[in-house]
Design a protein around this ligand. Sequence first.
Ligand SMILES: Cc1ncc(C[n+]2csc(CCOP(=O)(O)OP(=O)(O)O)c2C)c(N)n1
Ligand SMILES: CC(=O)[C@@H](O)[C@H](O)COP(=O)(O)O
Ligand SMILES: [Mg+2]
Length: 637
Amino acid sequence: MPEHYNIDTPDDLRRLPVTSLQHLCGEIRSFLIDHVASNGGHFSSSLGVVELTVALHYVFNTPEDKLVWDVGHQAYPHKLLTGRKSRFHSNRLLEGISGFPSRDESIYDAFGTGHSSTSISAILGMACAAKYRGDHTRQHIAVIGDGAMTAGMAFEALNNAGYEQPNMLVILNDNNMSIDANTGALQNYLTELTTGKHYNALKSHIRKLLTHPGQPANWPVEVARKLQKAVKGGLLRYSNLFEALNIRYFGPVDGHDLPKLVHVLEKLKPIPGPKLLHCVTTKGQGFAPAMTDHAKWHAPKKFDRATGATLDADTTTTFQQVFGDTLITLANSNPKIIAITPAMLSGSALTNMKKQMPERVFDVGITEQHAVTFAAGLAADGLLPYCTIYSTFLQRAYDQVIHDVALQKLNVVFCIDRAGVTGQDGPTHHGAFDIAFLRCVPGIIGASPMDAEDFRDLLFTAQAGESHGPFAVRYPKGTTAPLPPTAGFRKLAIGKGRKIRSGRDIAILSLGPVGQYVTAACKELEAYHLDVAHYDLRFFKPLDETLLHEVFSRFSTVITVEDGCIQGGAGSAVMEFMVEQGYHVTLKRLGLPDTFATQGTQQQLHELYGYDKKGIVQAVREVAGRVKKPEADFQIH
Ligand SMILES: Cc1ncc(C[n+]2csc(CCOP(=O)(O)OP(=O)(O)O)c2C)c(N)n1
Ligand SMILES: CC(=O)[C@@H](O)[C@H](O)COP(=O)(O)O
Ligand SMILES: [Mg+2]
């Protein structure tokens, strides 16, 4: 940030002459590039809205006027201008500031975001609240991207806004990109609007016709007036999607032309009712590599700012790679397999499959609810969809999982990516709840692999048999030991776990890759003369009752470990079994406590919440009475 401008708050900004603003934008960009180059984070969306952010805080009276950033991954310039410059070095770090707007963090963050397409509903709520209170002066602004605009929620809100008619401004930040290429008919429509093919051409034809020197003079005044009214109220209105919803459409405007933006926003300010300003920007503006390879620069890791080369390139195998490769292999031998992603094509490692078999991969936009019901439709017609959704985003489609898939016993494979803590995106993005919200759904099969081989086998098993209804496989973001070179597929028995290690003193039941921590902990516990048995549950539904009977009849102390919320999770399922079967043993459940897990690296969070190797060793020693339990289960200093 510019030392000589010394901008800490929008008030400082508003004291600058409009002519200084472009220079300030350059300095903000430079700061952002430096910061993300050394720390990683969301990048190109923020670079794309620098001018827009400056213009909004310049023209509107934030924080009194309300400003909501959709998704919030583009809000870094907003954070820098609203008092968080000095703390920005801690962005996304444990105990640092959030990478997204957060009401806990700043009065300038009118609404917390992280998940997409909530901004119009939220700002409409605030605008209606102001109207209800009789406040007709406060301004309400939502900034939403073209990707976020593809979601049903955005249209539900527009539908409502066009009816309620409160004072609000939606800024459609159209950079013609989602994380990957934006898909869907809306994108084509927006491109038509920006290139002026239809709406703007029609507008100017009509204007010409009505102002033609000869014509109107020859028409009776009344006829000309009626014609004008009809054209504006009908033809023009219904040729624009937003106008048809009773929302005044303005634009397109160049979102990097700062004086123009300031001028347009000033003009829009006094216009009552809901308005939409179509703003065209370039994702990654100001950093050449990010302006071309958009997907790569959406949220890069550390990089060399001079060359754009990635630093600390990760060469380890990830669950995502295993998923992408396995699905291609399975699809090659099973023509029924179809992949679906709601706008997370590269994040879900489906890019190669899309290249190899484009007609079998559907990127349906940011539409989790639709994605699930679309999968249900494909399944109802005999295909086998692998519906790949991040755990946190699946929360949106809960009713669709129940009503459209499970109730109809349709064969949909839910590939639940980013299960467990996801890291620096923090509480909005952790996959904490899927076990708890899925395991109460009748008939669903729910599994989580401990390693890459098991993962492949589960994906194979989900298509290798008779009809099974919904089959969910949850797996985390990140690294796994690579597959053995000769690994073939094994069909796994549904609802069967496995014994990893025998032991006499205590049994640990784990679900998913955290089983690796358990393996390491059991070894370490030998040094404390504790002989610990380890079982991999593999399935959280149905539970392996035979295995559980064995465990509860042999051990008086049992610990469960999972990367998910404790309340309602796999450990809770085990506890229900124990109580229902009349076993009386000491049971300790490790996982995420009853709080929204904070941000930090995955490793830091596993440690913080006590289910990494160290936490497991500690828990075993505590329940075995070898060490005293600390005061609190977990603490954030
Ligand atoms: C409900 C939900 N689904 C998916 C995502 C992941 N996601 C974050 S940003 C993004 C793309 C948004 O595109 P757009 O709104 O155009 O913003 P841009 O990245 O282009 O600035 C996606 C898919 C999310 N945050 N929330
Ligand atoms: C803002 C958002 O929702 C995405 O950009 C998300 O941060 C991607 O997460 P991954 O990096 O784990 O794909
Ligand atoms: Mg976009």
